[in-house]
Design a protein around this ligand. Structure first.
Ligand code: HEM
Length: 143
């Protein structure tokens, strides 16, 4: 289960379902030399930040082992698939546990192979991030 959790954490790094999070300023705020009036909207993208090379070595590479020492090795908002602060996800631990159990049961019995002829998977950023046109996978029973 240790490595299974790392696989899920790395998947949520490269493909965070909540690819953008919105915040609105109740009051005017000065930040990084810029002035933002009250009611300014801020679009914060875990998808973009999770792929920042300054934070993640070989950021585009799927490497679950990078989570071997947990996710607290990065600054708090370098890795945040569940958002954060007062409106952060209340189901994050449940989601990680649920995904880990499902993946462990399925991956022990089957190997999933992408059906031929579909080309490269294209991320599609709708309300949540998904694969454009979905993806057909062929389960092959492990011997
Ligand atoms: C992989 C699965 C999940 C992901 C990626 C996810 C992600 C998120 C994100 C990004 C937010 C907004 C955080 C923010 O604006 O800072 C959020 C909010 C929330 N999530 Fe999740 N979530 C997941 C699963 C769940 C589950 C399983 C539950 C409930 C059992 C849940 C309940 C909630 C609730 C109630 C909020 C709103 C919290 C508030 O506004 O006070 N989520 N989630």
């Amino acid at each position: 289960m240790t490595y299974t959790k790392q696989v899920i954490q790395e998947t949520l790094r490269l493909y965070p379902p909540a690819w953008a999070i919105l915040r609105e300023a109740e009051e005017a705020v000065d930040m990084l030399g810029d002035h933002f009036p009250a009611n300014s909207s801020f679009l914060i993208s875990p998808y973009a930040i999770h792929r920042n090379e300054q934070m993640f070595e070989d950021a585009a590479v799927f490497r679950p082992e990078r989570f071997a020492d947990g996710s607290s090795q990065w600054p708090r908002f370098a890795y945040f698939p569940f958002g954060g602060g007062a409106r952060g996800c209340i189901g994050s631990q449940f989601a990680l546990m649920e995904a880990g159990l499902i993946l462990a049961v399925l991956a022990r019995r089957f190997r999933f192979v992408s059906a031929p002829g579909q080309g490269e998977a294209q991320p599609e950023p709708l309300v949540s991030l998904r694969i454009k046109n979905g993806r057909w996978m062929i389960p092959q029973r492990r011997s």
